[in-house]
Design a protein around this ligand. Sequence first.
Ligand code: CTP
Length: 155
Amino acid sequence: MKVILTYGTFDLFHVGHVRLLERLASLGDKLIVGLSSDEFNKSKGKSSFFSYEERAEILAACKYVDLVIPEREWEQKESDINKYNVDIFAMGDDWKGHFDSLSSLCQVVYLPRTKSISTSEIKTLIADLKKNDLNKVQKSLNDAIEIIKKLNYSE
Ligand code: CTP
């Protein structure tokens, strides 16, 4: 049984996350994700759109993920590696070199990131949507609601 361990926030779950998890799962038999808790994110000056519980539920529903555990502090990696008998510690290559010291405990690998997508980019894009665009979306939603109401009444 080959165990792989990775960490991250995995907010606004996107295709870059899926592709990373797929490649991580293919390295062995059991993939464990250490998911950054809301408190840990706060201590890093980050905040996620989805709560820890929501992000954990989404990750657990992903077929590549076998177990989700909370990441509460930087220092827990060594004890997690020992506790879960981890064979491979793996991260996206935006973390290249950061965790090389763990190689005394298990194999450490960095996988290439999927290009042109990230949670921060999605957040920026959404924030940049002009009010006009939001109004158009709102109008379309209202139209759709009216249509659904009419369909329900006519049934
Ligand atoms: N990841 C990836 N390819 C992407 C985005 C993320 O392989 N395009 C990987 C990261 O390298 C990391 C894991 O997914 O190992 C979780 O990354 P996370 O920081 O939660 O996602 P990002 O989209 O990078 O979020 P942010 O922009 O907030 O850093």
